[in-house]
Design a binder for this molecule. Structure first.
Ligand code: NAD
Length: 345
């Protein structure tokens, strides 16, 4: 078992303890002892896994959530809070959230607002959740068709990453997570990128020790960035590689295209808009992971640009993108509409 601690700058002596390894979920019971009550939020798609963990916890408030991003809504927040209140949850309740990024975003948000905040444990079950969504304290729900419109930056007490769960993930979902791993490595960690290039066949075959090392190294790189810049002021912006164009593609597909696939498309487009020296190597790697590279031809360049402009990070008719200058060395660039349109000759 690997243990990492994420200590945000504002909290000098208490941090999030992140435990990574096969069987990490069974550590949940050790984390509940100091609380009066435990509420257990889980994605129904992984009910069997959730039941196994709940059986180790004794009495707890069971809160199933339907799979899919539609559950990341204020309506669901209302329902979950009502269930918790009816079950007698108080400020001394611990909320355990188990599922992919949908559940960790939703549950993290509920924990951050329930009675002005209760502690929570996140147990991500997808690769994307393990290396990205559950690390760094960003919680969110969608409003209408706008993704992640309402949220908080609130860190969990603990994150339990059970890498054994990666064995049951569908191939498409593994690829989604790899898109975020490749992003992290390309922007922050050249040795990680080079190691990934060498072990990609073993990753795709789900060799347990290699998957575990992949998660540990990607999480460590993200932890370092969040500890340096918790609130996206500087270094953390580098983790937006692929996300500016990617979010626009995701929105114009009406969220029918998945997040990880759109990030891969976004990374490819954003590298074309910069003079990234290693773009062909990164593109090759995305392809090897089974990820798409091209913006769907049905999407209009102007519509993409307008969605990008509406992002909270952009202003004055300009759009910011984060790209690797070289492998492991990310930079933030400002993009004009004219430059963006060069993508579509
Ligand atoms: N907070 C952040 O920093 C952050 C970062 C990236 C993404 N996100 C959010 O994460 C969400 C996407 O997360 P996701 O890709 O994990 O999708 P998800 O949570 O919707 O899960 C995808 C599917 O995988 C299934 N699943 C989960 N674990 C499984 C397992 N071990 N075996 C088999 N099936 C399993 C689920 O039932 C679901 O059907 C989006 O809402 C996105 O906005 C948040």
């Amino acid at each position: 078992m690997h243990t990492l601690t994420l200590t945000p700058p504002a909290r000098s002596n208490t941090g999030t303890v992140i435990q990574i390894g096969s069987g990490a979920l069974m550590l949940a019971k050790n984390l509940t002892r100091k609380y009066d009550r435990v509420a257990f939020l889980f994605d129904v798609g992984i009910e069997l896994i959730a039941e196994k963990v709940m059986s180790t916890l004794g009495d707890c408030v069971r809160i199933p959530v339907r799979s899919g991003d539609a559950s990341k809504s204020l309506t669901e927040v209302d329902r979950i809070v009502s269930v918790m209140l009816e079950a007698g949850c108080t400020r001394k309740t611990l909320l355990i959230c188990i599922g992919g990024g949908m559940v960790t975003d939703l549950g993290g948000f509920v924990a951050s607002v329930f009675m002005r905040g209760i502690p929570c444990v996140l147990a991500p079950t997808t690769l994307l959740g393990m290396v990205d969504a559950a690390i760094g304290g960003k919680t969110a729900v969608n409003v209408g068709t706008t993704k992640n419109m309402i949220g908080t930056t609130t860190h969990p007490e603990s994150v339990l990453i059970d890498t054994e769960l990666l064995q049951s993930l569908p191939d498409s979902q593994l690829a989604e997570g790899l898109s975020e791993v490749i992003k992290i490595a390309a922007m922050l960690d050249k040795p990680l990128f080079e190691w990934l290039e060498n072990v990609m066949p073993q990753i795709l075959k789900r060799q347990p020790d290699i998957l575990e090392e992949c998660v540990v190294r990607a999480v460590s790189a993200k932890v370092n960035i969040v500890q340096t810049d918790e609130h996206d002021q500087k270094e953390r912006l580098l983790l937006n590689f692929g996300h500016t164009v990617g979010h626009a593609v995701e929105a114009l597909s009406h969220y029918k295209l998945s997040h990880g696939n759109c990030v891969s498309i976004g990374m490819t487009a954003e590298m074309k808009l910069s003079d990234c020296k290693d773009s062909s190597r990164i593109e090759k790697f995305l392809q090897q992971a089974g990820l798409p590279l091209a913006i769907p031809s049905s999407m209009q360049p102007k519509d993409l640009w307008n969605v990008m402009l509406s992002d909270k990070k952009n202003e004055n008719g300009l759009v910011k993108i984060a790209v690797p200058k070289h492998l492991g060395e990310g930079i933030v660039l400002t993009l004009t509409q004219e430059k963006f349109l060069t993508l579509f000759p």
